[in-house]
Ligand binder design. Structure first.
Ligand code: NAD
Ligand code: UGA
Length: 468
């Protein structure tokens, strides 16, 4: 059977659904794309006239939205209607870690996937191709097929095809990653629907980069890619602690080992621990699956990647207390960066959350500055209102939203660089040194500052993986 794809619906207008459909729409002007979501506020932001008000900050995204929105790309909450018109339906909904019930704390919560599958089953037209874009536990396609009545024809005589096409974009570089992917992975059982999806990607992706596999290899490869990436970060972070105690420099070590082609130079930047919505959730899911299949040695191996990550965040906050003479109660500490990485406003699992909570617990008055994260998001993440005025300092631990680096630094005992934003690489340390309280300290968890320069202005510097 030959598929003619002229209408695509994507369920879920989040960090994946929005940018992914925008890029595909830009590359395939002959196809009409409808991105639907149950979250009205999010959809309103996608439709906002002001491109700076898009729900996610992603370099290059406003330009693509400007070119495609209202032409062949549309955002709405008309979920059932758009499902009913589509030839191909991407499922791009969230799959967070389950909070309660069986598998709580490890398994992925598939309730949004199931809800999407049920709506598709009810409203989609016959022969629609259903594409799993969300990251899913291996074998999820089986559940989706069961809900959709595949392979048997269901009562209303519908027949659907299920493909797995996981997304590998990283936030902050999503547009570049989508436009020039390392690979596109498509898993499926039937040749024709696979070819229909391959054809879409062929509009801009080199055929050699398109890998087709069976459904289960595709689903599992996505989890494993994330697990391997996270494992590299935990490996280098574990060595950062060893460098600090031995006089080695983590950046020099990373350069030296990364020069070996078999190791490779990417993803070797030591830092405060990996954040983001996926690494932790996907490894937890992998652990759950391994335990389910009785592979406890395998699950313990991957558990260590998470343990080291938690330890890295904890050891940073402990070290800050220790270096600030054993107590930070009542002291002002500026936090530079709150998003989980640079070039995104996403704070999910950001190391900044744990580090800030620990410092607040110790009684610090935090002044948090991030170029893109909004005050209400920080409030939500810390579970604490930004309720104190500068005059009302206490030793109970509080936080305050700073509009600039200099405001965060004013009268502060210390600054902690948590996120790798470019602007932190070119700060005017001479000016900053004038407004900080003496002795002034900078804790650089991302190796961004020039230590010699800071020391020239009388600032003490501690760098992750180097120490002092
Ligand atoms: P997100 O939370 O930003 O977006 C998901 C959206 O789906 C939300 O807006 C939510 O309202 C919507 N939704 C949930 N149930 C719905 C339903 N039944 N009908 C309509 N809309 C519904 O999540 P995300 O970051 O875009 O991630 C989506 C998936 O992609 C996850 O499985 C994630 O693991 C995977 N992934 C994420 C990234 C990333 O960088 N964020 C990268 C690759 C893969
Ligand atoms: C990651 C993967 O890189 C994507 O391929 C994948 O699609 C995505 O997860 C997903 O499935 O959600 P993302 O989390 O957006 O992308 O960003 P990364 O660049 O991978 O960074 C993750 C975390 O690791 C960040 O906190 C970052 O600061 C940290 N990191 C990254 C380091 O500490 N050191 C590094 O060398 C690289």
């Amino acid at each position: 059977m030959k598929f003619n794809i002229s209408k695509i619906c994507c369920i879920g207008a989040g960090y994946v659904g929005g940018p992914t459909m925008a890029v595909i729409a830009n590359k395939c002007p002959h196809i009409n794309f409808n991105v639907v979501d149950i979250n009205q506020e999010r959809i309103d932001k996608w439709n906002s006239d002001e491109l700076s008000e898009l729900p996610i900050f992603e370099p290059g995204l406003p330009e693509i939205i400007k070119e495609t929105r209202g032409k062949n790309l549309h955002f709405s909450t008309n979920v059932d209607e758009e499902i009913s018109k589509a030839d191909m339906i991407f499922i791009s909904v969230n799959t967070p870690t389950k909070k309660k019930g069986k598998g709580a704390g490890q398994a992925s919560d598939l309730k949004w996937i199931e809800a999407s599958a049920r709506r598709i089953s009810k409203h989609a037209k016959s022969n629609a191709i259903i594409v799993e874009k969300s990251t899913l536990p291996v074998k999820t396609a089986q559940t989706i097929k069961e809900i959709l009545g595949v392979p048997d024809r269901n009562e209303s005589n519908k027949k659907f095809y299920v493909l797995s096409n996981p997304e590998f974009l990283a936030e902050g570089t999503a547009i570049k990653d989508l436009e020039n992917p390392d690979r596109v992975l498509i898993g499926g059982e039937d040749e024709s629907p696979i070819s229909a999806l391959v054809e879409i990607y062929l509009h801009w992706v080199n055929p050699e980069k398109i890998i087709t596999t069976n459904l289960w290899s595709s689903e599992l490869s996505k989890l494993i890619a994330n697990a391997f990436l996270a494992q590299r970060i935990s490996s280098i972070n574990s060595i950062s602690a060893l460098c600090e105690t031995t006089g080695a420099d983590i950046n020099e070590v990373a350069l030296a080992i990364g020069a070996d082609k078999r190791i490779g130079k990417y993803f070797l930047n030591a830092g405060p621990g990996f954040g983001g919505s996926c690494f932790k959730k996907d490894i937890l899911n992998l652990i759950y699956i391994c335990n389910h299949y009785g592979l406890s040695e395998v699950s313990s191996y991957w558990q260590k990647v998470i343990d080291i990550n938690n330890w890295q965040m904890e050891r940073i906050s402990n070290l800050i207390v220790e270096k600030l003479f054993g107590t930070i109660a009542g002291k002002k500490i500026g936090i530079l960066g709150f998003s989980f990485k640079e070039n995104t406003n996403d704070t999910r699992e950001s190391p900044a959350i744990k580090i800030c909570k620990d410092l607040i617990e110790e009684g610090a008055n935090l002044h948090i500055f991030d170029p893109k994260v909004e005050l209400k998001q920080i409030s939500k993440d810390l579970g604490l209102d930004n309720s104190f005025s500068e005059a009302a300092y206490s030793e109970d631990g509080q936080w305050y939203y700073s509009e600039s680096v200099i405001e965060a630094a004013n009268d502060a005992d210390a600054l902690v660089i948590v996120t790798n934003w470019d602007i932190f690489k070119n700060l005017d340390w001479q000016e900053i040194s004038k407004v900080m309280r003496k002795p002034s300290c900078v804790f650089d968890t991302r190796s961004v500052v020039n230590k010699v320069e800071l020391r020239k202005y009388g600032i003490k510097v501690w760098s992750l993986g180097i120490g002092v």
